[in-house]
Design a binder for this molecule. Structure first.
Ligand SMILES: Cc1cc2nc3c(=O)[nH]c(=O)nc-3n(C[C@H](O)[C@H](O)[C@H](O)COP(=O)(O)OP(=O)(O)OC[C@H]3O[C@@H](n4cnc5c(N)ncnc54)[C@H](O)[C@@H]3O)c2cc1C
Length: 396
C-alpha cells in the first residue's frame, strides 16, 4: 500500500488531505496528516488563531469542488466592493463585484472556521490524523522517507512513499534536508486584530496606503472588520504596547472615518514580514507546499489562495498517478506538478511583491506615480478589470 505523509495540518495540509481522500480510498493509499498542535474542543486545531483570510472567487470554486463550500459559506462575509486609497492623496480606486459580473470579489473567512470545516470533512478511515505529534526528523532512503515522530508517549518511526512538507516553513525540516529558503525581509510587521466600528462595512474591503505602510480592513460578520496593519518593524512594538483606546485613536488617524468611529479592538498579533521562497519545491519522494514553499506579504491577500491552487494541482497529479498504479513519490510526476504551477507562482509572487514595494515606499516620485496609478485605475476599466481578476484569483 502506498502512503503519503503530510507534515502540518494547517489550512494547506488539511486541504491537501481532503483533496486526496476520495481517490486515495479508491487506490488503497494511506494518508497521514501529522500536526504538532493538539485539537481544540471544537474539533479544529489551535494554530488557527484570531486571523482571517480573504478567499478569492477562485478559492471559493475550489472549495466547492472539494464539497465544503456550502458549509463554509454559512460563516463567510462576501466582499461586494474593494476600496483602495492613499492617505493624504486624492486617488481612490473602487472595484465592484457587479462590474466584474461575479456574486462577490472574494470572501473573508475566519481561520478557525475554515479549520473546523476542513477537519470535519476528513474521512478518518483514509486520513490518519496524528495530533499532537511533531515530525522531528526526515531521512531520505531508497523509495521514500523515514520520519521520526514525537508525542507525549515517546518517539516512533514512520516510513512513507511521499513526504509533503506543509509545516509553514517554521519547523526547520527543509533546512535539515538542505533545501535553502531565500528570504527577503520587508522590514515591516503586520499587526492583526478584529475591529468593531460604529458604521457597518456594507461588504466593503478597504486597502489604504499610508506613509508608514499599507493597511487593510476586511469585512467580517457582526459589524466587525479584520485589520491587517503593516508598519516599519521598529514601530510595531510601541503600537502593540498601546492600550486599546490609544491603539484605536492611532488607527483612526491612519484610516480615517469611512467606517465611522472605531470602537473596539480584539486580541492583537504581530507578524514580521518577509518574502520567503524555497529554492527547491520537489525532490524524489518530497514536495514543499504552502508557506513552506512560498510565504508572501499579506497585503495582496494572495498567499493561501496561491497555495490552494498548488494544492489542487498536486492532488490532481497524484490522483492521476494513483489510477495508473504509479508511485506517488515518482520524480517525473512531482516535476510535472511543479512545472504546471511555476508560472502561477511567479506571477502571484511578483504581483504581491511589486504591490508591496510600490505602496510601502515613501519617495515622493513614487507616491505621485502610484497616486496617478490609483486615479488612472479608476478611469481605465480594462486595467482595473485585470487587477480585479488577478486579485480574485481568476485567470486574467
Ligand atoms: C497577517 C497575515 C494575513 C494573511 N492574509 C491572507 C489573506 O487574506 N489571503 C490569503 O490568501 N493569504 C493570507 N495570508 C497567508 C496565509 O495565512 C498563509 O498562506 C497560510 O497560513 C499558509 O498555511 P500553511 O498551512 O502553509 O502554514 P501554517 O498555517 O503555518 O500551518 C503549518 C502547520 O504545521 C504545523 N507544524 C509545523 N511544524 C510541524 C512539525 N514539525 N510536525 C508537525 N506539525 C508541524 C503547525 O503547527 C501548523 O499547524 C496571510 C498571512 C498573514 C501572516
Amino acid at each position: 500500500m502506498s502512503s503519503i505523509s503530510i507534515v502540518g495540518g494547517g489550512m494547506v495540509g488539511a486541504s491537501l488531505a481532503l483533496a486526496l481522500q476520495a481517490g486515495a480510498k479508491a487506490a488503497g493509499w494511506q494518508i497521514n496528516l501529522i500536526e504538532a498542535q493538539p485539537p481544540k474542543d471544537g474539533g479544529y486545531q489551535p494554530s488557527y488563531d484570531a486571523r482571517s483570510t480573504a478567499l478569492s472567487q477562485g478559492s471559493a470554486r475550489l472549495f466547492a469542488q472539494l464539497g465544503i463550500w456550502d458549509r463554509l459559506a454559512e460563516r463567510v462575509e462576501p466582499i461586494a466592493h474593494i476600496h483602495v486609497s492613499d492617505q493624504g492623496q486624492p486617488g481612490v480606486t473602487r472595484l465592484a463585484a457587479h462590474d466584474e459580473g461575479v456574486p462577490a470579489l472574494g470572501y473573508v473567512v475566519e481561520n478557525t472556521w475554515l479549520g473546523e470545516v476542513l477537519l470535519q470533512a476528513l474521512d478518518t478511515a483514509v486520513v490518519h490524523w496524528l495530533a499532537p505529534m511533531q515530525v522531528i526528523a526526515a531521512d531520505a532512503r531508497a523509495g521514500g522517507y523515514d520520519l521520526t515522530l514525537k508525542s507525549d508517549s515517546g518517539e516512533q518511526q514512520l516510513t512513507t512513499d511521499l513526504l509533503v512538507i506543509a509545516d509553514g516553513g517554521r519547523s526547520g525540516l527543509l533546512d535539515s534536508l538542505g533545501v535553502h529558503r531565500q528570504q527577503q525581509r520587508y522590514g515591516q510587521t503586520a499587526i492583526i486584530a478584529n475591529i468593531t466600528s460604529s458604521k457597518g462595512h456594507k461588504g466593503v474591503a478597504y486597502e489604504r496606503f499610508t506613509p508608514n505602510g499599507p493597511l487593510a480592513l476586511l469585512p467580517l460578520s457582526e459589524q466587525r472588520s479584520a485589520l491587517v496593519w503593516t508598519m516599519p518593524e521598529e514601530q510595531s512594538d510601541a503600537v502593540m504596547a498601546l492600550p486599546d483606546d490609544k491603539f484605536l485613536q492611532q488607527l483612526q488617524q491612519a484610516f480615517g472615518y469611512r467606517l465611522g468611529g472605531l470602537t473596539r479592538v480584539g486580541e492583537r498579533h504581530a507578524y514580521p514580514l518577509s518574502l520567503i521562497e524555497a529554492a527547491e519545491q520537489v525532490r524524489p519522494h518530497m514536495v514543499a507546499l504552502g508557506n513552506a514553499a512560498h510565504s508572501l506579504h499579506p497585503i495582496a491577500g494572495q498567499g493561501f489562495n496561491l497555495s490552494l491552487r498548488d494544492t489542487m494541482a498536486l492532488a490532481e497529479h497524484l490522483l492521476a498517478a494513483a489510477e495508473r498504479g504509479q508511485n506517488p513519490g515518482d520524480l517525473a510526476l512531482l516535476q510535472a506538478y511543479w512545472q504546471q504551477q511555476q508560472r502561477d507562482q511567479q506571477l502571484t509572487v511578483a504581483f504581491s511583491d511589486r504591490l508591496t514595494r510600490l505602496f510601502s515606499n515613501r519617495q515622493p516620485v513614487l507616491t505621485a506615480g502610484r497616486n496617478l496609478g490609483l486615479l488612472g485605475l479608476d478611469l481605465m476599466p480594462p486595467f482595473k478589470h485585470m487587477l480585479a481578476r488577478q486579485a480574485m484569483g481568476l485567470k486574467i
